[in-house]
Design a binder for this molecule. Structure first.
Ligand SMILES: [Zn+2]
Length: 454
C-alpha cells in the first residue's frame, strides 16, 4: 500500500464577481455566466480590483517557438485565456490533435507559474468538447488535490461563458473576436483590458487519506530485472452522489471495475511466466478526482524512475463483444505502437488510432502521469467492428457515453459480452510479455511532446 494524502477544497462565493471600469462596471452572475474554484488550500480566496489581461491561449511552448506572454508581467493580475491550442497552422501544435498545451489544466498551471492571482478560461463548446453545464455542475462541489507543493498563489481558477467573456472584453474597450484573432499568431502580445475584477470565496479545506496498491512481479533476467513495465487500472469511481431515477450508487461497473478485472486477469495469467523485466501492477486511487493516485505515484515512484520503461493503462474494457479492430490511445507516440501492431496482426486484428484526438483523450486517464515523467505509455480502447450483431452492439456501445458514463446506471446488464474483453486481454497479455522480454526498451517517437519530461 502506498498512502496517498488528498486535500479536499469546497468553495462558496462570498463576494460576487464584479468588474470596475473608469465610468462604471458590471456584475457577473455566478453559475450562469461564470464558475470558480479555489486553487490553494486557504480558508478564503480573494481578488481585489486586479487588472485583467487577455493572454490568448496562455501557452509557453519553447518546442513550438511559441510564447503568448512575451515579456509581459502578469503577477497579481487576472488572466483571460482561450481554451485549446492554436490551430491556424497545421504545422504547429500537431494540427487538429490536442496537445497538453490545449488542456484547461495546463492553462491554470501556467497562469500560476506566471504569478497571476486569478485565471479565467473562456468556455466554448468546441474548445472544451463539452457544454457549459458540465462546468456548472462542478461549481460549489468539493475538489480534490494532492498536497500543494507550489507556493505561488493563484487564488481562483474560473470558467466564463463565451457571452460573458465578450461582455468583459467590451467593458475593457475591446472586441473579443478581434482579440482572439490576434492570438492565432506567434507575434501575439498580451492585451491589458481597461477593467479590474474583484471576487472572493470562503473555502472548506479537509485532509483525506487514500492509497495506491502496488504488486511486483520480479523479472528473471539479471540484466533487465531492474527495469519495470507498469500496468495500471484505477480502482475508484464516484461513490454515492446525486440520485438518478432513485439510485444514488455510482457503481462504475465499466469505469473501472471492468478495467480492474482485466488488470487482475493479466496478473493471474502472468503468474507462471518468467518475464525478463519486472512487471509492476499498480492499482491507483482517485482517478476520477483528477488522476491523483497516479500523479502521486509519478511524483513518488516505488521503482527507480529512470528504470520504469513503459505503462499500459486499463480504464474500461471491451464489454460489447468480439471485434476485428481495437483502438489505441497513444497510437504513434512511441515504439509501443509497433509492439501492439505486431501482436495484433498475428491475430488478424486491426489497430486504430484515437478516434477523436482533438478531445485530448491522451491526457484524461492515468497513463498521462507516466507520459509526463517520460515513460512511453498507451491506453487500450475498444474496437467497434464486431464479429456478430454489429449494428446492435455499436448502438449499445454508443449509448454508453450518452446514457451511462459517470451515472448510477453504469451497471452490469444482460447486454454485456465478456468474450470481447477476453479476446482483447489475450492480445494485451502478448504485448505485455513482448515488451517485458524485448532486448530494447521502448522509446518515444522523435519529436513527441513527451520525449522530454514535463
Ligand atoms: Zn475511468
Amino acid at each position: 500500500m502506498q498512502p496517498v494524502p488528498i486535500t479536499g477544497i469546497r468553495s462558496t462565493v462570498t463576494r460576487p464577481l464584479q468588474a470596475f471600469t473608469k465610468d462604471g462596471g458590471a456584475l457577473f452572475v455566478e453559475r450562469e455566466e461564470w464558475t470558480c474554484f479555489a486553487y490553494a488550500p486557504k480558508p478564503t480566496s480573494r481578488i481585489d480590483k486586479a487588472d485583467v489581461v487577455f493572454v490568448g491561449y496562455g501557452i509557453t511552448a519553447p518546442d513550438q517557438r511559441w510564447d503568448d506572454f512575451k515579456d509581459v508581467d502578469v503577477r497579481g493580475k487576472v488572466v483571460l485565456i482561450m481554451n485549446d491550442d492554436p490551430s491556424s497552422d497545421p504545422a504547429l501544435f500537431a494540427g487538429k490533435t490536442r496537445l497538453y498545451y490545449g488542456r484547461w489544466t495546463y492553462k491554470y498551471e501556467e497562469a500560476r507559474r506566471r504569478g497571476a492571482v486569478g485565471a479565467i478560461i473562456i468556455h466554448t463548446t468546441p474548445s472544451a468538447a463539452y457544454p457549459f453545464q458540465v462546468v456548472q455542475s462542478n461549481h460549489g462541489q468539493e475538489r480534490c488535490w494532492l498536497p500543494f507543493v507550489d507556493e505561488q498563489p493563484l487564488e481562483l481558477a474560473m470558467w466564463m461563458t463565451e457571452e460573458a467573456s465578450r461582455k468583459l472584453a467590451a467593458l475593457g474597450g475591446r472586441d473579443l473576436d478581434v482579440l482572439r484573432k490576434a492570438a492565432e499568431s506567434r507575434d501575439f502580445r498580451p492585451v491589458s483590458l481597461d477593467v479590474q475584477l474583484s471576487v472572493a470565496t470562503s473555502n472548506v479545506v479537509r485532509a483525506l487519506q487514500s492509497a495506491n496498491v502496488v504488486g511486483v512481479m520480479k523479472g528473471h533476467d539479471p540484466l533487465l530485472r531492474d527495469e519495470a513495465v507498469v500496468v495500471t487500472a484505477h480502482f475508484d469511481h464516484l461513490g454515492i452522489g446525486t440520485p438518478k431515477n432513485g439510485d444514488s450508487i455510482y457503481n462504475g461497473a465499466l469505469d473501472n471495475a471492468s478495467g480492474c478485472a482485466g488488470f487482475l486477469a493479466l496478473a493471474r495469467a502472468l503468474k507462471d511466466s518468467k518475464p525478463r523485466r519486472s512487471i509492476l501492477f499498480l492499482s491507483v486511487t482517485a482517478e476520477e478526482q483528477g488522476l491523483l493516485g497516479s500523479e502521486w505515484y509519478a511524483r513518488h515512484p516505488t521503482w527507480e524512475r529512470r528504470n520504469i520503461v513503459a505503462n499500459f493503462n486499463f480504464d474500461g474494457m471491451n464489454i460489447w463483444g468480439r471485434t476485428r479492430d481495437l483502438r489505441l490511445v497513444g497510437y504513434g507516440r512511441s515504439t509501443l505502437t509497433e509492439d501492439v501492431l505486431a501482436e495484433a496482426s498475428t491475430r488478424g486484428r486491426k489497430v486504430l488510432p484515437d478516434a477523436n484526438p482533438e478531445t485530448g483523450m491522451f491526457y484524461r486517464s492515468d497513463h498521462f502521469n507516466f507520459a509526463r515523467i517520460g515513460v512511453p505509455s498507451v491506453y487500450p480502447g475498444s474496437g467497434s467492428d464486431f464479429l456478430e450483431d454489429g449494428d446492435t452492439r455499436r448502438s449499445v456501445q454508443r449509448s454508453y457515453t450518452a446514457l451511462h458514463y459517470h451515472q448510477p446506471s453504469d451497471e452490469i446488464d444482460a447486454r454485456w459480452r465478456l468474450d470481447g474483453a477476453v479476446d482483447d486481454l489475450r492480445l494485451w497479455l502478448a504485448v505485455l510479455s513482448r515488451v517485458a522480454d524485448a532486448d530494447r526498451r521502448p522509446k518515444w517517437t522523435k519529436g513527441d511532446e513527451f520525449e522530454k519530461e514535463r
